[in-house]
Write a protein that binds this ligand. Structure first.
Ligand code: NAD
Length: 490
């Protein structure tokens, strides 16, 4: 590994807690989305590396000692990891910015502070978690135990890489599982740095592997009969495939997938405050956020006010080097993603929507930048309103009345997040209850990393964060006893 925090390279993979030579000589080069220059390289993990990691994880799970430790002993190890992680938050967020273009101000908070808080909040949830409990059953006292689910394969995308690894790795480890993580090929450097920190806490052999790789490695992990559960975050298309493969083996699976969230602006909303809130809620992380509020629903009465205010806010956004503290919008993760978003912008105009601001041309000669773009005159059947664009693009849709607004919000294959903007918070809560989305905001949109997070409909299956996030990594075991049940050991 090299020393510059934003220029790191690795020659080995982290397999079962040790650095090992990869099975093949294939390498991944990480390219800065701003400069288009290489910033590091790592070995590309393939199916043979997955085999080695799963064999190590299987051995560590089936023969212990990790799953047999008391939860408190495992929590002590996670406390150690959290303490090491806390020493490197700023460098880690700088590295993620260099890898995938997240603006510095967002990366500090949304990438690494969020990841660190997930460690602490999962520990807090684990302290109160009913690892073993007694219930009165029909045949006498029943012992209900929450056993680790087994070997976990965790597959994550590049947009908030550490923030997505943590809600899988940490609850899985605390529950007593062994874990093979497959980070995305765009963001392998932060993952292998995390592996270095994990090495420092000295877990038993086999408990954690970190294998940066592409779809081949991911699919090898999903198909592997030695894996008991897959925890996946990524697109709904990949999620559907993973769910089908897991279904064949009746493998446990949890899925955090895409979104196309609607912000309903009611007529009594304060337009300036709403638009200030949508700056983050709609455009965080350069719009590369599954929960981004990208369909802006407004009545005919307030349409022009809202559009003017949105255009003013978006034209003031500073687009540029994500490492610059003043930057609002950095480059997209890859040229592929830049072209994809520009294609959507082109498609919006072809379908008949009108661009108020922005457009499909690139704002910079170098770097994978896209202009912040605002569409009006759009309808909810257009692709720009139905499909996840994953870039700094907002689409305004007009509703007739509140029922129509709720109907449009729900007229989506997705159900990840949403928000309502109103002077009447109590009424906002009523609107929240009518929208089929896993998380909802009233005059804001943000995640609470201690509360259940996940999607309705094609946005996923299962929940992360808090006690519900721990539940995803346990199997319930019910024990009855003829005669008196032995006392519960503390
Ligand atoms: P993606 O589905 O293409 O890839 C995600 C991960 O899956 C990567 O590690 C990739 O290498 C791996 N992968 C790809 N094909 C695979 C296969 N056949 N088998 C196993 N693994 C495979 O997603 P992406 O485009 O990189 O990421 C963006 C998507 O992630 C968006 O749809 C976004 O909404 C979603 N996302 C969801 C959440 C959430 O919590 N709901 C959070 C962040 C991102």
């Amino acid at each position: 590994m090299t020393e510059n925090p934003v220029h790191r390279s690795y020659d080995e993979l982290f397999v079962g807690g040790c650095w090992r030579k990869p099975a093949t000589a294939e390498r991944l080069t990480v390219v800065s989305p701003h400069s288009e220059e290489p910033i590091g390289h790592v070995p590309l993990a393939g199916p043979d590396d997955v085999d080695a990691a799963v064999a190590a994880a299987r051995q560590a799970f089936d023969h212990g000692p990790w799953p047999r430790w008391d939860p408190q002993e495992r929590m002590d190890k996670i406390e150690e990891l959290a303490a090491i992680y806390a020493l490197h938050l700023d460098e880690m967020s700088a590295l993620i910015t260099a890898e995938m273009g997240s603006p510095r101000r967002f990366s500090r908070l949304g990438q690494t502070a969020g990841a660190a808080s997930l460690m602490h909040l999962t520990l807090a949830a684990a302290r109160d978690f009913p690892w073993a409990e007694r219930r009165r059953g029909v045949l006498g006292e029943v012992h209900v135990r929450r056993a680790p689910v087994g070997v976990v394969g965790a597959i994550v995308p590049w947009n908030v890489p550490q923030f997505l690894i943590m809600p899988k790795l940490i609850p899985a480890l605390i529950a007593g599982c062994t874990v093979v993580v497959k980070p995305a090929p765009e963001t392998p450097l932060d993952a292998l740095w995390l592996a270095e920190m994990i090495e420092q806490i000295g877990l038993p052999e086999g408990v954690v592997s970190m294998l940066p790789g592409g779809p081949d490695a991911g699919e090898a992990l999903v198909r592997h009969p030695g894996v008991d559960k897959i925890a996946f975050t990524g697109s709904s298309a990949t999620g559907r495939r993973i769910a089908a493969l897991c279904g064949e083996q009746l493998k446990r699976v949890s899925l955090e997938l895409g979104g196309k969230s609607a912000a309903i602006i009611l007529d009594d909303a304060d337009v300036d405050k709403t638009v200030a809130g949508l700056k983050t809620a709609g455009l965080m992380n350069n719009g590369q956020a599954c929960v981004a509020q990208t369909r802006i629903l407004v009545s005919e009465r307030r349409h022009d006010d809202v559009v003017d205010a949105l255009a003013e806010m978006m034209s003031a956004l500073r687009v540029g080097d994500p490492a610059d503290e003043a930057t609002d919008i950095g480059p997209l993760v890859a040229r592929r993603q830049q072209h994809r978003v520009q294609d959507y912008i082109r498609c919006g105009t072809t379908e008949g929507a009108r661009i108020v601001l922005g457009g499909q041309d690139s704002p910079a000669e170098r770097g994978w930048y896209v202009r912040p773009t605002l569409f009006i005159d759009a309808t909810n059947d257009m692709r720009i309103a139905r499909e996840e664009i994953f870039g700094p693009v907002l689409t305004v849709l007009t509703y007739r009345d509140e029922d129509d607004a709720v109907r449009i919000a729900n007229d989506s294959d997705y159900g990840l997040a949403g928000s309502v903007w109103t002077a009447d918070a109590a009424h906002g809560l009523d609107v929240a209850a009518r929208v089929r989305a896993g998380t909802y905001g009233i005059n804001m949109y943000s995640l609470d990393t201690s509360a259940p997070f996940g999607g309705f409909k094609q946005s996923g299956i299962g929940r992360e964060f808090g006690p519900e996030g721990l539940e995803e990594y346990v199997e319930l075991q019910t024990v009855l006893c003829k005669g008196e049940m032995p006392p519960l050991s503390s």
